[in-house]
Design a protein around this ligand. Structure first.
Ligand SMILES: *Cc1c(COP(=O)(O)O)cnc(C)c1O
Length: 398
């Protein structure tokens, strides 16, 4: 196994042939400056100490690594551990990144924050840290998503954020990202863009990954304490890919640890009815980065569908494209129905309502755990809690 950590991304943000900086010229210098500022920050013990303190006292880290005993017994195979990111402040892993980036923004003298959001989870995490640091916060959100996620819109506004509806195109996440980029081109002198997943131009995929590495660093230490050895398998859902990169990255050089990313299979692998980029996707460029994406033969981005808004995006993070290309991480998908069934299984056997995004990882566990010996150990990332999905799950399951 090659030593991956120091090698990717390179100085231009490439993970092998993937990644890079596909942005308007006005953003090139600011992004290069951001990469330099980030490199200084991560080596500064004071920066790390402030981040660690807030992760502990404000966000609630470390999160437990929980042995799902009844679920394990029910499935009758490998031992299942859940990394409980659902227990964090605001209910999902996204706050790890939002907090890291606002500390960086403060360090480089920015006073205004912008962000994009789809389901609203990243918008809520960003509004939260902006309130905590007294920074102006503008969140771009598709008008359609604002209607579907009215509760998250209210949460953001209650914390003082301005939520701007985007009505272009499909009026969902992709258009919200375009609008945030447009704002940033004009405002980059005083504004930092807190991007919400391991996506976009360099240095975002690297930076977002690094701020989520704490998930895997903790899980590694916790499983060694509990079991005295490394796990056999890691499983995480993959939207842009931040929670999966956070769990996987600290294990990449452990060749005995197998890793599986689970994409959204929607209604099945039919064009415009899923968001599984490795199933029928193409290599292309979208919103700053070169990666696998869902596009038609003319290169137009296709519509996507998933029951979970957080996995419903046409491109996957470039580091996942790289890890897939070298065969280090395998990727599969779960359909809407499989995710809903896994949501129910976890609710009724463990008393945990998972986010519908996380339920995609759980759906794969339902398939694989019974096939593995009881001596095997699986760690699955429970990236968020399902309170936000209760209405949707009720519609299908009750
Ligand atoms: C946003 C979200 C995801 C998907 O994003 P990644 O960057 O792929 O992690 C997964 N789970 C939850 C709970 C989310 O809110």
């Amino acid at each position: 196994m090659p030593d991956l950590l120091p090698t990717v991304p390179d100085a231009t943000g490439h993970f092998g042939p993937f990644g890079g900086m596909f942005v308007p010229e006005t953003l090139m210098t600011p992004l290069q400056d951001l990469a330099v500022a980030y490199d200084e920050a991560r080596k500064d013990p004071n920066f790390q100490a402030e981040l660690d303190d807030l992760l502990h006292n404000y966000v609630g880290r470390p999160t437990p690594l929980y042995f799902a005993e009844r679920w394990t017994e029910n499935l009758g195979g490998a031992k299942i551990y859940l990394k409980r990111e659902d227990l964090l402040h605001t209910g999902a892993h996204k706050i790890n990144n939002a907090l890291g980036q606002i500390l960086l923004a403060k360090r480089i003298g920015k006073t205004r924050i912008i962000a994009e959001t789809g389901a609203g989870q990243h918008g809520v995490a960003t509004a939260t840290v902006c309130a905590r640091f007294g920074m102006e916060c503008v969140v771009y959100m598709g008008a359609v998503d604002m209607e579907r996620q009215a509760l998250n819109v209210a949460r953001m506004r209650l914390m003082g954020a301005k939520v701007v509806p985007v009505t272009a195109g499909q009026a969902t996440l992709k258009e919200a990202v375009n609008e945030a980029m447009r704002d940033w081109v004009a405002s980059v002198d005083d504004t930092h863009y807190i991007l919400g997943s391991a996506l976009g131009s360099h240095p975002f995929p690297m930076m977002v990954r690094d701020f989520h590495r704490v998930i895997g660093v903790e899980a590694r230490q916790q499983i060694l304490e509990k079991e005295g050895r490394l796990p056999d398998l890691l499983v995480a859902c993959v939207g842009g890919g931040s929670n999966a990169m956070g769990l996987f990255h600290p294990f990449l050089n452990d060749s005995s640890v197998r890793m599986i990313g689970v994409e959204a299979g929607g209604d099945g692998i039919i064009p415009e009815r899923h968001a599984a980029r490795f199933q029928g996707g193409k290599l292309g460029v979208l919103q700053g980065t070169k990666t696998w994406l869902l596009a038609n033969d003319d290169g137009q981005i296709e519509l996507t569908h998933s029951v979970s808004a957080g996995l419903d995006y046409a491109a996957i993070g470039p580091e996942h494209a790289y890890l897939q290309s070298i065969g280090r991480v395998e990727y599969t998908y779960a359909t809407d129905n499989e995710a809903l069934a896994a949501f129910k299984a976890l609710a009724t056997t463990e008393g945990i309502l998972p986010a519908l995004e996380s339920a995609h990882a759980m759906a794969y566990i339902e398939k694989i755990a019974p096939l593995l010996p009881k001596s095997d150990i699986i760690i699955a990332n429970l990236s968020g809690r399902g309170d936000k999905d209760v209405e949707q799950a009720s519609k299908y399951l009750l």
